[in-house]
Design a binder for this molecule. Structure first.
Ligand code: GTP
Ligand code: ZN
Length: 330
């Protein structure tokens, strides 16, 4: 029996069977010994044996994990020189899309956080989608201007408008939602999946909150009226407030900045692209107007952060989560 892992809690995996009716009971499973040390995460496609009835108290076993199409990772922090920084976690397997939820106001957009998510998305080979909430409070011009060179797909979310544009982008795919506290991610999840309360209830019944607050949960999107085909899945990541990037090499970090990549062709061999590297061609690239200087500054902040250098702006009082995360001001 093949299935899809939708929640993980203390050695128990909640799975849905492939092809099962959306209302069919979920299957609770444990890992079979033959899996060895391989981890099973939300989004994994697994082979199940044993009692797959989903009845109360039934316990199936996961005997196989399918090859992963993508692996979204994070580390606890950026610093590859510390044990905590090297502690790498797989957030979600087999995601197709990373939906970066950012408010346009209250709290103001944090392009540093978005840039960091873009690095994680490109590193994982997952398509990014910028989801700009609270569009009733502020316009998207500044944020879109910052990403002008990227052709980054985006949607605007306002409380009084339907979510058709977003639903169309979610259809048929597994999309991971990430965002800072207060950006309206929970509000959005509840609007997308009105039964999310029920789903959340199921998860809390197996102990969410007592265990790890960072565990991800996959929620099936409801079929729209008259819609055929698969409406898709969203994966909510309640505890993921930032993406430590210690697992991303300095080279891969650059792939999160496609607007800068071409600017490095004139760099000397093995150029670290840091601000103190006098011959780095990126400064000239920006000076020539080929990319936004704020993007170069953001890239270099991430480079410095990976090397364990403290960000001088992290100490500013109005910054609550993300070191070195400027609002998108011009
Ligand atoms: N004006 C406006 N307010 C919104 C919108 N979406 C959410 N809010 C409000 O923003 C606040 C935060 O929303 P949440 O959905 O709790 O945000 P969150 O990102 O889930 O944050 P946590 O609850 O900390 O995880 C709430 O007071 C919402 O009512 C929106 O589109 N426009
Ligand atoms: Zn360089």
């Amino acid at each position: 029996m093949d299935g899809f892992v939708i929640a993980v809690d203390r050695g128990r995996y909640t799975c849905v069977r492939d092809g099962a009716d959306p209302d069919a009971p979920t299957v609770t499973a444990m890992r079979a010994r033959e899996l060895g040390r391989k981890s099973v995460v939300v989004g994994d496609r697994v082979g199940l044996v044993g009692d797959v009835s989903g009845a109360d108290g039934a316990l199936a076993r996961i005997v196989r994990i399918a090859d992963r199409r993508s692996v979204l990772r994070r580390t606890a922090d950026d610093d590859e020189t510390t044990a905590e920084g090297r502690l790498e976690r797989v957030v979600v397997a087999n995601a197709d899309q990373l939906v970066i939820v950012s408010a346009l106001a209250d709290p103001p957009p944090r392009t540093g956080f978005v840039d960091r998510c873009l690095v994680a998305a490109y590193d994982a080979d997952i398509e990014p989608l910028l989801c700009l909430t609270k569009a009733d409070l502020a316009g998207p011009e500044q944020v879109l201007d910052y990403y002008a060179e990227l052709e980054l797909p985006y949607v605007l979310i306002r409380p009084d408008a339907d979510l058709a544009a977003l639903r169309a982008l979610l259809a048929g795919r597994v999309s991971v939602l990430v965002g800072h506290s207060g950006v309206g991610k929970s509000t959005l999840v509840n609007r997308l999946v009105p039964e999310a309360d029920r789903a959340v209830g199921v998860v809390s019944a197996i102990g969410r909150g007592r265990h790890t607050s960072t565990s991800a949960v996959a929620l099936r999107l409801p079929a729209g009226p008259g819609a055929d085909g698969d409406p898709g899945w969203i994966v909510d990541t309640p505890g993921v407030r930032s993406f430590g990037l210690a697992h991303v090499s300095a080279d891969s970090l650059l792939h999160g900045f496609p607007d800068l990549v071409e600017g490095t062709v004139d760099c000397p061999p093995n150029c670290p692209h840091t601000a103190d590297e006098a011959d780095c061609a990126l400064d000239a690239w920006v000076a020539a107007g080929r990319a936004d200087g704020r993007r170069l500054a953001s890239y270099r902040r991430l480079l410095a952060s990976r090397a364990g250098e403290p960000d001088p702006r992290a100490a500013e009082p109005d910054r609550t989560g993300e070191p070195g995360d400027p609002p998108a001001r011009g």
